[in-house]
Design a protein around this ligand. Sequence first.
Ligand code: SAM
Ligand code: SF4
Length: 385
Amino acid sequence: MKNHMQIPLSLYVHIPFCAQKCPYCDFNSAKISFDEQVYVAALLDDLRRDVEIFALNGRKIQSIFFGGGTPSLFSVRAICEILQGIGKIIDIASDCEITLEANPNSSEVAKFSAYRQAGINRISIGVQSFSNENLKVLGRIHSSNDAKNAILAAEKAGFSCINTDLMFALPNQNSDLALTDLKTAADFAIEHISWYQLTIEEGTAFFAAPPANLPDEDAIADIFAAGREFLTAQGFEQYEISAWTRNKKCRHNHNYWQFGDYLGIGAGAHGKISQAQEIVRTEKFASVKKYLARSGKNPNPYAAAVKKVEKDAQVFEFMLNALRLKDGVPRQFLTERTDLALEDIDGLIQDLIARGLLANDNDFYRTTEFGFNQLNIILEEFIPS
Ligand SMILES: C[S@@+](CC[C@H](N)C(=O)[O-])C[C@H]1O[C@@H](n2cnc3c(N)ncnc32)[C@H](O)[C@@H]1O
Ligand code: SF4
């Protein structure tokens, strides 16, 4: 039976500002001017309301993730204020993982040591590629050398985990060029690589005018196979579709994938919170103007929507997250984190096992190697009718 007090709780903090808008990016981010102090005050007010509305006292935050946008545009003082403010509103676990997403521009890299001192213990650097040609096509304002300097600065600052975001399936890329990016990253003392396939998202500049010479499906499959072989040989384990690590899984994202709970504060942030009687999803106003104007209804005027997740949607959402993980999740999480019982889906699970898509494992819901590459086929079976 679900015991919501036992479900791990994370906190996502969205900073929607960027120095420029990249042509591939459909995140809630924009090049707009901002008043740091006004935004910090709104974030903390937003959190205070969520904690009160959902009676979260008694639960501890086990991970905090500053995502964007570009959180590293914020001053060290602002990040300190946010962290101290959070601690006054809700308990933070003593071993809390605290990640900050950073762009590798020199003005931001200069703050790395001070971020570490302020309590950030994991840094995620948006490298994307070490090829200056590709960085240009991607509209990035940093160079390959800037990216290398950023990783060195992060090593020096002493974060307990360094992640680099890299993208593949880039224009003119073949396996050799993709491997050059991975090799350059893996040669540093980093513990984590998020290796994303470039997707052309609707509403982006790339959607309107795609870049020339994107690799075709076969070339992308070759790049992925070569990258997998290389990363494995370098001691990286793929634990999720895009996440590779040398023994330091991202606790924050792992909690999403294990159907844990999370609060989402800031413009456009999403949250998922389990209560004794229901599971709800929260969504804050995406427009910074509307967010700061507190345009919604009380009790949380920062929220554009708060929706109950119905039982048949819970199973879909549970599997959508859980099966992204190579090891899947313990079966008991279904009963501990949703309003379902194991028997409710057992017929379907047996069918998927018989089709070779799910592993015949009494303790875990997890895909087979074959099923991992056919996730959409599996998930279709869980779509609520
Ligand atoms: C929230 S973004 C931004 C972090 C930071 N602002 C930056 O740009 O480095 C997190 C990561 O998502 C990835 N990403 C964004 N758009 C993508 C796309 N269309 N396809 C694949 N990966 C994408 C990039 O690797 C990016 O670093
Ligand atoms: S990729 Fe990062 S820097 Fe570029 S627009 Fe998106 S959030 Fe901003």
